[in-house]
Design a protein around this ligand. Structure first.
Ligand code: NAD
Ligand code: MG
Length: 383
């Protein structure tokens, strides 16, 4: 029985994690649920899964949550500090970080400090502070299990290969809903169009990142830290069917791929149950329904976000942190119809060009770079 904390339990990954728990009650016990402001959904989840405690982001709603859960013996807290304390609770074995953006950094570090295993969905944490986070994990002897489907695929390919060096990895990308479109066509894309992903149903932020290919750039940086790779060992290939979730090539030239229907429940369950594979009744992949699996080069000229992210990966230091912060603001502004689809890359580039490069940033440096990038981005596009 593993006792788990789910940070961001009301989101896309969070609710799918709870489906996994619901299907495997003899393997998982929920100890902590947290959310930003979807408090009604959180209360409902708490009444079903009976965690020890819940934490919400919005303190104004705390009295209502306490009222709903007190009689059931479930404690309720609010705020970022409460979240950092809650992940350290004694009865938690593994923390699933399924909250979105830079907000995941502090609670992830707090969980590592407390010696908890991490099931990492919140890729922004590794993008921003991969060096510090992986060093902290090594120092504490904490394992970080990837939840992102591509990284789970690589992790699954590496089982039994721990002493064999990786020659390269190939991250697959669906190409998003606008694959093949020209920059002229992209200029007029609306948020309604961008929020429709062909293969995956996800939260709004990652859905937009998938449409701009920023998501694949963030994943390249995430992979660098998870698997200790150089930038030149990370290749990206567009594979529109999303059946091969990613690949590893070893030094004898052999390439392993992990395949299956696109369903995040599998990588979530693999991360939580590792090293065991638990039985499921989910739909199986059928070759006759996919007579062709196809591959093409990503178009980094049209999808400039991917080029910017790969440049930040090369540059290292605080560049990925600046890229991430500018992108979080850009996505938020695009979702408010304040900027167009292509202007998201303009905003990211604007911030990357202006913020001073720091080669070995401390945690304080990263918080400062994050704040500075957000300020610059908002200054350029006044609300
Ligand atoms: P989502 O928007 O659906 O859910 C986010 C969750 O985090 C919600 O529960 C929300 O209440 C909570 N939250 C948001 N801001 C918060 C804050 N400041 N403090 C505390 N809680 C906060 O997002 P998602 O699609 O589930 O993605 C979560 C993470 O997983 C992201 O980092 C994303 O890149 C990654 N990821 C998602 C998918 C997917 O299929 N959805 C796949 C791979 C990786
Ligand atoms: Mg992914």
């Amino acid at each position: 029985m593993k006792r788990i904390a789910i940070l961001g339990s009301t989101g896309s990954i969070g609710t799918q994690a709870l489906e996994v728990v619901r299907e495997q009650p003899e393997h998982f016990q929920v100890e902590l649920l947290t959310c930003g402001n979807r408090v009604d959904a959180l209360i409902e989840q708490a009444l079903e899964f009976k965690p020890n405690a819940v934490v919400i982001g919005d303190a104004a709603q705390l009295p209502r949550v306490k009222d709903a859960l007190f009689a059931h013996g479930i404690k309720a807290y609010a705020g970022a500090e409460a979240l950092e304390q809650a992940v350290a609770m004694e009865d938690i074995d593994i923390v699933l970080t399924a909250l979105v953006g830079f907000a995941g950094l502090r609670p992830t570090l707090a969980a590592i400090e407390a010696g908890k295993s991490i099931a990492l969905a919140n890729k922004e944490t590794l993008v921003v502070a991969g060096d510090l986070v992986t060093k902290a994990a090594r120092a504490k002897g904490v394992n970080i299990y990837p939840v992102d489907s591509e990284h789970s695929a690589i992790f699954q390919c590496l089982a039994g290969e721990w002493s064999n060096p990786i020659e390269k990895i190939v991250l697959t990308a669906s190409g998003g809903p606008f694959r093949g479109k020209s920059r002229d066509e992209l200029a007029g894309i609306t948020k309604v169009q961008a929020l429709k992903h062909p293969n995956w149903e996800m939260g709004a932020k990652i859905t937009i990142d998938s449409a701009t290919l920023m998501n694949k750039g963030l994943e390249a940086i995430e992979a660098k830290w998870l698997f200790n790779l150089r930038a030149d060992q990370i290749e990206i290939v567009v594979h529109p069917q999303s059946i091969i979730h990613s690949m590893v090539q070893f030094r004898d030239g052999s390439m392993k791929a992990q395949m299956g229907l696109p369903d995040m429940k599998l990588p979530i369950q693999y991360a939580l149950a590792y090293p065991e594979r638990l039985p499921t009744t989910w739909p199986r992949f059928d070759f006759t329904r996919y007579p062709a699996l196809t591959f093409e080069q990503p178009d980094t000229v049209t999808f400039r976000n991917l080029a910017l992210a790969l440049a930040a990966l090369d540059q290292g230091g605080n560049a990925p942190c600046v890229l991430n912060a500018a992108n979080e603001v850009a996505v938020e502004l695009f979702l408010k119809d304040a900027i167009g689809f292509l202007e998201m890359s303009d905003l990211v580039e604007h911030c990357l060009q202006r913020i001073e490069h720091i080669t070995n940033p401390s945690l304080d440096d990263l918080f400062a770079s994050d704040a500075e990038a957000r300020r610059l981005a908002r200054e350029r596009v006044p609300a």
